[in-house]
Design a protein around this ligand. Sequence first.
Ligand SMILES: [Zn+2]
Length: 235
Amino acid sequence: MNRAWRLVLASIVAVVLVAISVVASVQLLKHPVDIKPPEQIVLLVVPVGVTGDKASFPDKSVLSALIEDLRQSLDLKYVIGKPFTLPVALLNRETGQLRVDLALSAVVQRYRRSGYFRVLGVTAKDITARNYNFLFGLADAKDIGCVMSVHRLSWGADEALTRERIAKIALHEIGHTLGRGHTPDTKSVMVYSDSLAGLDESGSCFTPFDVSVIATKFPELAGKIKAGDPAVADG
Ligand SMILES: [Zn+2]
């Protein structure tokens, strides 16, 4: 091939490459990469249970009611995820309770890069962790996930009280994932409780102080996170 032909060939290759890149960028404009709009803050609620144990998963109606209640304090978009089945190896061999510390690790690992703002795992299995007889819930204060159990929350309670307890635990654990620790303020949902009696006495909403602490850490929640009416929480 002489020099002139090589030049012609090189020009043809260059023209083709330019054409390809123009077409590609036009395509990109027509079909932009599917990025979730940043204003969409989505909280994922995942039913969590154990292999071969249908009753270990919460009813969907429970999750729908929970989301309705959470919306009062956190005005976000909520999605109910596909059931997350954990291996039987995550059960405490002696008590049969779910090791919630291990379940939480599994949930966090699974959803950390999912793009969801926060993930709440809900199980109907009784949960525990090392050095505890049981827990209502557990949160990873440095990550996006928390897991709670509805197992004990219907004990000695009618439907309304059960629902209230479920919403309290959920909001409490989500509060931890938003960097809010425990408070001695009994009007707040962020009071520590290790009994149903204690839970029933605690507040069911964030206080204005809880909201200010969380909003400082998560400015994107400004206007979306609400404090309950302290007068109502008091009564
Ligand atoms: Zn707590």
